[in-house]
Write a protein that binds this ligand. Structure first.
Ligand code: PLP
Length: 371
């Protein structure tokens, strides 16, 4: 007979999910209520306010999509693009490639700006592409490329998009609450994130936000959004501001308690303090990594503090080390993706997992295992 599942207790220092704060797990276990219950609707309003605060935006169209980060990505493209549109997509890792797939599945054309993995999006190349494609509707890029540990200059990229009258679409799945991110100040038109990276919440929800400029384009589409579930014109009937809420789909009630709690935790710490904590713990990890004779792939200036790409010597058995960390220390770190497969580890210091205690654990475990 199959019995109840009890997962092992791990320390999650990979590319996500990150360690979930016990307060969030406790919130998740509170009683389920109806998704149109007045008490639940009050909580939804609070989630929206907390999300606006975390994104640093006053965008009315700010809500959590009931599906993981990839659905946030799909929400942005499916709602903004129509058949025959053109989008400029920057790729410097795995997730830019996923953006291209999305654009093409919307029946739009993706003009690619390629940069080497491990380097940020090149502003000059982007400006060339914007000049060469005056008919492009949007510029899309990944702020924090989780596959390579690189931060691109979101502020400058959004300025370029504005200069050439393009909408900006920003993947902030790994950046939200980990590094500086200012939706309104930077003029971001569409942004999506995920719950399981620096928010340290359970996976499965995608916070999104759209500027009024982007919302107008969505309201005035010539053709309906191809995805019924992700059509924001419909979703707004449920999440909408002043209007009476109508059933669209059953919200993941308990997961939204969890998101609420994670955003309360961010608010208590202060998001600027969270950014500073991520930077501090990265520096501490970096010093220890270099003392072990290992090196970083990404130049210091562009490194993500929440996702560290560490190169190891050819003599090291990648899979064996990661298996030993898991077995002997209950510690998960990430393997390399795509061009970096088998060459690097991805050590996450995301959200609740970004602590001096975890830095110490990881360095001690790596040191013992490598020896
Ligand atoms: C994790 C991640 C995604 C996808 O999120 P899921 O929740 O796995 O669907 C998208 N973009 C980036 C940059 C990510 O790190």
């Amino acid at each position: 007979m199959i019995t109840s599942f009890h997962p092992p207790v791990r320390t999650l220092m990979g590319p996500g999910p990150s360690d979930v704060n016990p307060r969030i797990l406790e919130a998740l276990s509170r009683p389920t209520i109806g998704h149109l219950d007045p008490a639940f609707i009050d909580m939804m309003d609070q989630v929206k306010v907390l999300l606006q605060s975390a994104f640093k935006t006053e965008n009315e169209l700010t809500l959590p999509v009931s599906a993981p980060g990839s659905a946030g990505m799909e929400t942005a493209f499916a709602n903004l693009l129509e058949r025959g549109d053109k989008a400029i997509v920057c790729q410097n890792g795995v997730f830019g490639g996923r953006m291209k797939e999305n654009v093409e599945r919307c029946g739009a054309e993706a003009v690619m700006v390629q940069d080497e993995w491990g380097t940020p999006v090149d502003l000059n190349k982007v400006e060339e592409a914007l000049k060469a494609n005056p008919d492009a509707k949007l510029l899309a890029f990944v702020h924090a490329e989780t596959s390579t540990g690189v931060r691109s200059d979101a502020k400058a990229l959004c300025e370029l998009a504005r200069k050439y009258d393009c909408l900006s679409v920003v993947d902030a799945v790994t950046s939200l609450a980990g590094i500086e991110l200012r939706v309104d100040d930077w003029g971001i038109d569409a942004i999506y994130s995920g719950t399981q990276k620096c928010l340290s919440c359970v996976p499965g929800i995608a916070p999104v936000s759209f500027s009024e400029r982007a919302a107008k384009i969505i309201r005035e589409r010539k053709t309906p959004v191809q995805s019924w579930f992700l059509d924001l014109n419909l979703v707004m009937g449920y999440w909408g501001g002043s209007t009476k809420r109508a059933y669209h789909h059953t919200a993941p009630v308990n997961s939204l308690y969890a998101l609420h709690e994670s955003l309360v935790i961010v608010q208590e710490e202060g998001i600027e303090n969270a950014w500073a904590r991520h930077a501090r713990n990265h520096r501490s990890l970096a010093a220890g990594i270099e003392a072990l004779g290992l090196s970083f792939v990404v130049e210091e200036e562009y490194r993500l503090p929440q996702l560290n790409l560490v190169r190891f010597p050819d003599t090291v058995d990648d899979a064996a080390v990661r298996a030993a960390l898991l077995q002997d220390y209950d510690l998960e770190i990430g393997s390399g993706l795509g061009a970096f497969a088998g060459k690097v580890w991805r050590i996450g210091l995301m959200g609740f997992a970004s602590s001096q205690k975890n830095v110490n654990l990881c360095l001690a475990a790596l040191s013992n295992t490598l020896r």
